[in-house]
Design a protein around this ligand. Structure first.
Ligand code: GLC
Length: 489
């Protein structure tokens, strides 16, 4: 048992969540003012996207001081107040750790005594930045090239340097001592680079594109996770490690759990970016079930701040499909992470070209303000989308997506089988995905345009995606309308 295994996590994009002082972007006081809501929804932990001082070339993922709070978001005192208030409600606060790189405005990067904290070369290899172009930029002051797997304003740290490791131990303890419950590790798979900076192999002969063999997913990164796990385990309760692990192979992903001595949760992007079809998603879940050791605990998300929100990407705005996705995310074996707005079925917002702020490729549409009410609550740093799906109006409507999500969370926390029961696929017709959780619960979802029947199901419907069959007895056959699902227990 641990709070995060049975619990549900909620990702807050701080800049867009709640603005307490009306200056056009979210802040920590805003998050605190919404704890009532988060408690009512039933979440157990909140992951805050980076809150540190940053010139915002990559909206906080370019950290200029790992020990501070960005003035836009408040102060350390505000954070302490948030942590304390959340704790009283049984909600843990998880921060975002960005150890792969710093901001080019971080004092370390300008300090000649800390040159070796970054990765330098005289002859750039063929590594490409994730955001496009060469991963190397010439620094005229130093007379050498530095590595940046992301923007040139995000120089990569040199994790072969023990001083860097020791400094991050200090950073981690600084936050853990303040009651931070854990970290989501940014670019977890990419932190340690090939020591010899070897060229990446080309995808194929004559292709300029390359594999990411030597700048990502190196075996030595696992030493670092073991070190951090030991450090976090010395706290009570042990601190949580969630990895942003972009690897395409589920067996590879399993390695990030180590022998229960590395990450607690390694994000499964093959699932998140998979097509919303029964055979595809079921196949990924089954592969994870096979590849993971008994202690490794899966984690499931549909949306985040880097990708198109799932109500658009998976469900094309169709309410029935949005609910099917929520049902899947919240009832698989593992910890779900809801991205703010998922509980409303919030869609990706089209952002006109001249309003785009993201320098990578536009991820702005997944980062729009949380719709608290039917009208825009002031000028935000980024536009609102359609406000039809909003908390104020959906909260009191028992048939809204929000109420459905809340019921799902409540059912989860009342049913040990849904929290910790094993996963086993149940044979079902084409387009249907059905599974047992432990001995007492069955979930079935019909991801097809035809009515389907799942056989061999006994029990009572505890929740269905249309919220019209609760309490219905099932003996032998569970009928499902197109794009509908149910939990039977
Ligand atoms: C991660 C973050 C993303 C950021 C990148 C560089 O992928 O989720 O938002 O741009 O790392 O820090």
């Amino acid at each position: 048992m641990s709070w995060w295994r049975e619990g549900v996590l909620y990702q807050v994009y701080v800049r867009s969540f709640a603005d307490a002082n009306g200056d056009g972007h979210g802040d920590l006081e805003g998050v605190r003012s919404k704890l009532d809501y988060l408690e009512w929804l039933g979440v157990d932990g909140v992951w805050l996207t980076p809150i540190h001082p940053s010139p915002n070339h990559d909206w906080g993922y370019d950290v200029a001081n790992f020990y501070g709070v960005h003035a836009d978001y408040g102060t350390l005192d505000d954070l302490d107040a948030l942590v304390a208030d959340a704790k009283r409600r049984g909600i843990a606060i998880v921060l975002d750790l960005v150890p792969n790189h710093t901001s080019s405005e971080h004092e370390w990067f300008r300090d000649p005594a800390k040159r070796d904290w970054y990765v330098w070369t005289d002859e750039p290899n063929n590594w490409r930045s994730t955001f496009g172009g060469s991963a190397w930029t010439f620094d005229p002051d130093v007379g050498r090239y530095y590595l940046h797997n992301f923007l040139p304003e995000q120089p990569d740290l040199n994790w072969w340097n023990e001083e860097v490791r020791a400094e991050f131990d200090r950073i981690l303890r600084f936050w853990f001592d303040r009651g931070i419950a854990g970290f989501r590790i940014d670019v977890a798979h990419g932190i340690v680079k090939d020591r010899e900076l070897r060229n990446n192999p080309r995808l194929s002969r004559g292709d300029v594109r390359t594999e990411r063999t030597y700048n990502m997913n190196r075996p030595e990164v696992h030493d670092l996770f073991r070190r951090w796990r030991r450090l976090g385990d010395a706290y009570e309760p042990p601190r949580l490690w969630i990895g942003e692990t972009w690897v395409s192979d589920v067996a590879e992903l399993a390695r990030y759990y180590g022998a229960n001595d590395e990450l607690h949760l390694a994000m499964n992007f093959p699932f998140t970016l998979g097509p919303f079809r029964a055979p595809a998603l079921r196949g990924i879940v089954e592969a994870a079930e096979r590849a993971y050791t008994a202690d490794a605990w899966p984690v499931w998300c549909g949306s985040n701040h880097d990708i198109v929100r799932f109500p658009t990407r998976w469900s094309r705005g169709d309410e029935a499909k949005i609910r099917c996705a929520l049902l899947v995310l919240l009832t698989l074996r593992g910890t779900p992470i809801l991205y703010y707005g998922d509980e409303l079925g919030l869609e990706q917002v089209p952002i006109p070209k001249d309003e785009q702020l993201d320098r990578a490729h536009s991820r702005d549409g997944a980062r729009t303000p949380m719709p608290w009410g039917p009208r825009s609550d002031g000028e935000w740093w980024i536009r609102h989308g359609d406000l039809t799906r909003n908390v104020e109006q959906m909260r009191d409507d028992p048939r809204s997506t929000l109420s459905f999500t809340r019921e799902l969370l409540a059912l989860r926390s009342a049913a040990p089988a849904l929290q910790s029961g094993s996963y086993a696929t149940v044979a079902a017709g084409p387009g249907v995905w059905a599974w047992r959780r432990g001995d007492s619960a069955l979930v079935a979802v019909n991801l097809s345009d035809r009515r389907r029947i799942v056989r061999g199901v006994e029990g009572t419907i505890r929740l269905d995606t249309r919220q019209e069959r609760n309490g219905e007895a099932v003996s032998g056959r569970l009928e499902l309308e197109p794009w509908a699902g149910a939990i039977v227990a």
